[in-house]
Design a protein around this ligand. Sequence first.
Ligand code: 5GP
Length: 192
Amino acid sequence: MKLLHEKIRKDGKVFAGNILKVDSFLNHQIDVKFMEALGEEIARRFSSCGVTKVLTVEASGIALAFPVAQKIGCDMVFAKKSQTKNLGSSVYSTPVESFTHGCVYDIRVAKEYLNEDDVVLIVDDFLANGNAVRGLLDIVKKAGAKPAGVAIAIEKGFQDGGKRLREDGVRLESMAIVESMDATTGEIVFAD
Ligand code: 5GP
């Protein structure tokens, strides 16, 4: 998606350790108009899938999942990373290895918000090794729901999460695929 390429080139910052920072529009400050445009594009691509729910994981996925759900006209659920008192014990949960924090944590969704009648579109900000998406797919499976596919803002194509998901037959739509990036020069090359 050209618009996202331009935005990443203009505002993205490449850090050592294969980290792309997009705090000015996606991960800290949210460019609401821009998220709306991304959401519209994702909703368009999945418009024939009968999606009944958009699923993401807190916190960074929410800003994109919200406009996607709004455009589709369904509800959005975000998996929680901690067992809060008000979440209750009736949850689907699965462990996820964090790319940015280097630890394993459980993600949880209350059973009342996902069921076997749901067709679920998974949305997230980044795809790196694919652990967050695989965790969300596992939650969908545990709920007996049907996965419609996965939509990602920025896939880091030099990490193998996307490749493995596509090999597994998952429908994956990434709005931008970064082929390479250089922390020294700041250069970013896109695959698409
Ligand atoms: P994965 O589970 O695919 O390895 O990593 C995806 C998750 O890690 C995303 O939910 C995102 O929050 C975080 N992440 C992975 N790579 C990056 C990155 O380069 N920049 C930022 N800001 N987050 C990332």
